[in-house]
Design a protein around this ligand. Structure first.
Ligand code: HEM
Length: 458
């Protein structure tokens, strides 16, 4: 099965047309040849950027010399009002300090403590969907996935479900923030010249302020609960009580606020994108959907997530075809030579999971949805060289293990309760917003699965 792929632009277009395409969607703004290229250069009057698509280059930039290739300040252009000094945006000693505190909370052993909360969020999602569909109807799945992923974050981070008043407000404000942010793609990937006016539009700033005020309440409440010994053992408590092993300093309330903002954003937008596409792929590949439902029939406990091998292969394959973070940007700090090409200082380097995961010379049948490839030895090399949905190296996503438990679990819980089929005439078209989404949403026909186990008990 070949699921939808954006149509590439013609090889040569004017700068003006390129910028217009870029503004609409960074995926379809690129030429087809990038799927077979090792490197490409984008030259415009304002900037030069280079796509590094060669596994050896990716290794140099992300794993071997990450400090020589920091995140550029420009990445934060659209996000800074919301994220402040979040770990997503910082570099150098500040970033080191932040990761030393955050990483232990996501270690594998501690992750199992988050599984019951993920399970509860999954059950709540199933109940909402069954309620919404009745005997069966067409629904928009991205909305369901966003709601469920936000619920997972609130439950695992602060031990509150999304129906909690503050949680619900944060969720709605985040949506407003994203809607008010169309400039984000352009600002992050096409560095604007310094003189170019910045668009932190009034509404974007107001939404960021409202979100930060709400998160401040959550952090304050938690600080008091930690002080009086009544705090639950969740991600927030772990992060707020872990000192940096090198300096002995814990996060201040202000630092914690910035980190909570990125956990919401990075943790729910990405997981929601992946779950939405995984459900679409399952609708379009009913044999895989049935296998997941069968495997899920025996789920009885959050720790069963380990046994969900089919679901995990489907989720991995979805992350290959629709990596929620399609591209990442770094900056050179000195002149470099890449593949015999001279790269100047302060050039933008684009790393593209989107192109690497579909590289014609690195994958067999790259555009096909084939979860069985993850059980084949032939895939090992491609997986090592050309698969990085969570990035790689020291700056790898700290939530990777968390997401690989959450995604298969939610997928399995939902598919044992319902059957999904594509809606004729509504094939979703992938576009890159903050994450890879469908231009007009992902519409599926959903009806209760005809089996004795509806998935609502457990
Ligand atoms: C399927 C789900 C997810 C995907 C595909 C994903 C992917 C990524 C990628 C590619 C990056 C690197 C971005 C860059 O370097 O420019 C990243 C960073 C990050 N992710 Fe995730 N992520 C996911 C889920 C999560 C979750 C659940 C959390 C937290 C609960 C999380 C927290 C973060 C944070 C804090 C960073 C910044 C790390 C740093 O810059 O040091 N992510 N993620």
């Amino acid at each position: 099965m070949i699921p939808p792929k954006p149509i590439s632009r013609p090889d040569r277009v004017s700068l003006w047309r390129y910028l217009r395409l870029f503004r609409r969607d960074i995926l379809s703004a690129q030429p087809e040849r990038l799927y077979g290229a090792w490197m490409a250069e984008f030259r415009t009057p304002f900037f030069r950027s280079y796509l590094a698509n060669d596994p050896a280059l990716v290794q140099t930039i992300l794993r071997d010399r990450p400090r020589d290739f920091p995140k550029s300040d420009r990445i934060g252009e659209g996000l800074r009002p919301l994220l402040g000094q979040s770990v997503f945006l910082t570099n150098g000693p500040v970033w080191d300090h932040q990761r030393r505190i955050i990483d232990p909370a996501f270690e594998r052993g501690r992750l199992t403590q988050s599984l019951p909360a993920m399970w509860e969020a999954g059950q709540a999602m199933v109940a909402r969907v069954l309620d919404q569909i009745g005997k069966g109807t067409e629904i928009e799945i991205e909305e369901i996935a966003s709601h469920a992923a936000a619920d997972v974050i609130f439950r695992t981070l602060f031990s509150i479900p999304i129906d909690d008043e503050i949680a619900a407000q944060v969720f709605h404000e985040f949506r407003a923030y994203q809607r008010s942010q169309p400039i984000l793609n352009l600002a992050a990937f096409v560095p604007l010249p310094r003189w170019f006016p910045r668009f932190h539009r009034a509404e974007t700033k107001r939404a960021a302020k409202r979100i930060r005020a709400l998160i401040t309440q959550l952090v304050d409440q938690r600080r008091h609960a930690i002080a009086d010994g009544s705090a639950p053992d969740d991600l927030a408590t772990r992060i707020m009580t872990t000192p940096d092993p090198e300096t002995g300093q814990c996060f201040t309330a202000a630092e914690m606020l910035d980190q909570v903002a990125i956990f919401f954003l990075a943790g729910h937008e990405t997981s929601a994108s992946a779950l939405g596409w995984a459900l679409y792929c399952c609708a379009a590949a009913p044999d895989w959907q049935d296998r997941i439902a069968q495997e899920a029939a025996t789920l009885s406990d959050p720790n069963d997530v380990k046994r969900l091998t089919t679901s995990r292969d489907v989720f991995r394959e979805t992350l290959r075809l629709y990596p929620p973070v399609p591209m990442m940007v770094r900056e050179t700090t000195k002149a470099e030579t890449f593949r015999k090409r001279a790269i100047p200082k302060a050039a933008q380097l684009v790393l593209s999971p989107w192109h690497l995961h579909r590289h014609t010379k690195l994958w067999d049948d790259p555009d096909a949805f084939d979860p069985s490839r993850w059980q084949s030895d032939d895939t090992r090399q491609s997986a090592r060289d050309a698969y990085m949905p969570f990035s790689a190296g020291p700056r790898v996503c700290p939530g990777a293990g968390f997401a690989m438990a959450e995604g298969p679990l939610l997928l399995s819980l939902l598919l044992r309760a319902v059957e999904v089929t594509p809606v004729p005439g509504k094939t979703p078209q992938p576009v890159a917003h903050l994450t890879v989404r469908a231009r007009d949403g992902i519409w599926l026909n959903v009806r209760p699965r005809r089996s004795p186990d509806t998935g609502t008990k457990g």
